[in-house]
Structure formats: structure tokens, C-alpha cells
Design a protein around this ligand. Structure first.
Ligand SMILES: [Zn+2]
Length: 176
């Protein structure tokens, strides 16, 4: 897989005026923060970004991300292949103040100088669209359950639903 088509930086003084399109694949080793959330470095990330100026001269970044990666199943802790897809609609702004003036439907992406770090932008969006917890389809963790114990493993595992986890988080918050 080659990612030579995605430059490290885009020049924000040019890309919007030129209505540039940037598309291609990014290797996971260019996305170190996202990579840390994954079970291994097997996978692919592809992106399509379009840079335009709105009528109000907002600098818009739109497009889509697609990724096939492996996360840890939270039931059996083995790798689980997931597909991520995300639509991007961001407005490039210089600082927090400008971010607050944006329309509600636009999410700000703050870039203080002229160098837009493309991998960082992609990485952040991928992290945001990755589910907090993922599980194999029901039944697909069986080999691991057999390994763990035998008869009662199923019951103890299913009681750890994401809702139970959330509840216990809330309870510990309340007790603080
Ligand atoms: Zn599993």
C-alpha cells in the first residue's frame, strides 16, 4: 500500500483558493495516536478531502474517510476487524475565537499557521468515529470462552454489558 499521494502538510493559503482535492491511502504508521487504539497495525485508511471556500468565505474541508482496522473485542480481548466510515465537514479557523463564531453545523478545525497537518486531521476524525467498545458478533467469541473456563464463562462475560460499565462509571463519579 502506498501513501505517497497524501502530503504531510497542505498550504492553507492555496488549497481553498485552488479548490484542491486530496485523496488516497494513509499508512497506519502515519497515524500513531489512532494506531495506539488498535489491536495491530494491519488495516487500511483511505480518504477523500475537498477544500472549498463558502459564500461567506469560510474555509471548508469536506469529504469522507474509510478505514478497515482491527480493534480489541471487549469480551474476549482478541482482535476484531471493524470498518469505519465518516463524513467530514469542517471549517478551518485560526483560533478558538473564530471557532465560536462558526455556524452550529460546522465543526472547527484550528490551524494557527499555514501548514495544515493532514494526518493529524484524519487521525482525530478516525478516533472520534471509532466505537468506544466493540464486540465480536454474538457467538464468535466461543473459542476464547471455552479456553477461559467452561460452563459459567458465558454468564459472567455477558453481565459486562456496555451499559453496566457506564453505570459503574456513573456510580463512581457520584461517590467522588
Ligand atoms: Zn470476542
Amino acid at each position: 500500500m502506498s501513501d505517497s499521494s497524501i502530503p504531510a502538510y497542505a498550504d492553507t493559503r492555496k488549497i481553498f483558493l485552488q479548490e484542491a482535492n486530496i485523496s488516497g491511502n494513509l499508512d497506519l504508521d502515519r497515524l500513531p495516536r489512532f494506531r495506539k487504539t488498535l489491536a495491530n497495525d494491519q488495516g487500511s485508511v483511505s480518504l477523500e478531502l475537498k477544500f472549498t471556500l463558502s459564500d461567506a468565505k469560510e474555509r471548508l474541508i469536506s469529504g469522507s474517510l474509510r478505514a478497515k482496522v482491527n480493534v480489541f473485542c471487549q469480551r474476549c480481548l482478541k482482535p476484531l476487524a471493524i470498518a469505519l466510515a465518516d463524513d467530514i465537514k469542517l471549517a478551518l479557523v485560526r483560533d478558538e475565537e473564530a471557532a465560536q463564531r462558526l455556524d452550529a453545523e460546522l465543526d472547527p478545525w484550528i490551524c494557527e499557521d499555514h501548514k495544515l497537518d493532514l494526518a493529524e486531521l484524519v487521525e482525530e476524525q478516525l478516533i472520534l468515529c471509532t466505537p468506544i467498545v466493540s464486540y465480536h458478533e454474538s457467538g464468535d467469541c466461543i473459542s476464547q470462552k471455552d479456553y477461559v473456563a467452561g460452563e459459567d464463562a458465558t454468564e459472567s462475560v455477558t453481565s459486562e454489558s456496555p451499559f453496566a460499565v457506564l453505570r459503574s462509571l456513573k456510580d463512581s463519579d457520584a461517590s467522588n
